[in-house]
Design a protein around this ligand. Structure first.
Ligand SMILES: [Zn+2]
Length: 298
């Protein structure tokens, strides 16, 4: 869903609010697809859409000067930011405690924010991650900055895959623009508390991505030594793929190491290893294929 400005974590820092603490709710470049409307961030349309830098547009894209595909950037009454994610990892924008992890309106898959997670950061601000296809955390769980909390999607009142990200004053759940206000004159939304991006600019959380390597060596007879190792630790799942079609779990949630596999004559095998680190990020790798009596082949 390109068309909006690309948020790629390289914009120059601007003056930050005291205690600015947020990092982006995803990792990797993604487009902004709808901005926070400083003129009415309460879903009560007032005909104007006002961006954090002071740019003001008539709602509905009527005076949109860019291509029509950008009209949706200016969403009258929007109380957060939309980003062009499909089915991708959504991460906590700071440490905190999950205070909601459910459908926005339980029982209705097409209502409101759909499946959402809210995180209370303990500093008077709560963040929301909405329209998720999958929730990976539970109510009351402590989470860390950069931790995968769900998979983005298209649930709730949503017409295409995206992530809705919002920041709110915990007291009263009053919406805030994480980008603050840099326009001329006073911020039309007097509740705003300034630029909340840590260091003054939206950046990705410093996540150490996992990596994994797989080895396989013939032992005697029909036995093979399969080994797996990675960087940064984590839990490993090992699947065996038999005859290029049937996959089944062999080892689940084990540490770095290895095991001996006994092959059945007349079948071929290879191994798929997935490691998941403590922030929920995964990496996968596969072994060479082997068959009994045929030795290693790739
Ligand atoms: Zn939205």
């Amino acid at each position: 869903m390109p068309g909006g400005p690309l948020e790629e974590a390289i914009s120059a820092p601007r003056p930050a609010a005291g205690g600015a603490f947020l990092t982006l709710p995803f990792v990797g470049p993604h487009y902004v697809t709808s901005i926070f409307d400083h003129c009415s961030p309460n879903y009560v349309p007032d005909g104007l859409v006002c961006r954090y830098d002071g740019l003001t547009k008539l709602a509905g894209g009527f005076d949109e000067t860019g291509p029509p595909s950008q009209a949706w950037l200016f969403y009258d009454g929007h109380d957060g930011l939309d980003y062009g994610l499909y089915y991708e990892n959504v991460v906590a924008a700071a440490d905190g405690r999950v205070v909601y992890a459910d459908w926005n309106r339980p029982g209705c898959a097409t209502c409101g924010y759909g499946q959402e997670v809210r995180i209370d950061h303990g500093n008077g601000i709560t963040t929301r991650y909405a329209h998720l296809s999958k929730i990976l955390v539970g109510d009351g769980q402590q989470v860390r900055r950069g931790q995968v909390i769900g998979i983005s999607g298209n649930t709730g009142a949503s017409t295409g895959e995206h992530l809705h990200f919002g920041a709110y004053l915990t007291a009263g759940f009053i919406p805030l623009d994480p980008y603050g206000w840099s326009g001329d004159g006073a911020d039309p939304w007097a509740h705003d508390v300034g630029n909340l991006w840590q260091g003054g600019a939206p950046r990705y959380a410093a996540v150490a991505m996992p990596a994994v390597q797989v080895s396989i060596n013939a032992l005697d007879g029909n036995r093979f030594a399969v080994g797996w190792k990675g960087v940064g630790g984590g839990a490993y799942d090992i699947e065996v793929i038999e005859d290029q079609r049937l996959a089944r779990n062999w080892e689940t949630s084990v540490g770095e190491g290895g095991a001996t596999f006994s092959a059945e004559p007349g079948h071929s095998y290879w191994f798929l290893v997935t490691v998941r680190n403590d922030l929920g990020w995964t990496a996968t790798a596969s072994s060479a294929a082997v068959a009994v009596g045929a030795g290693l082949n790739s």
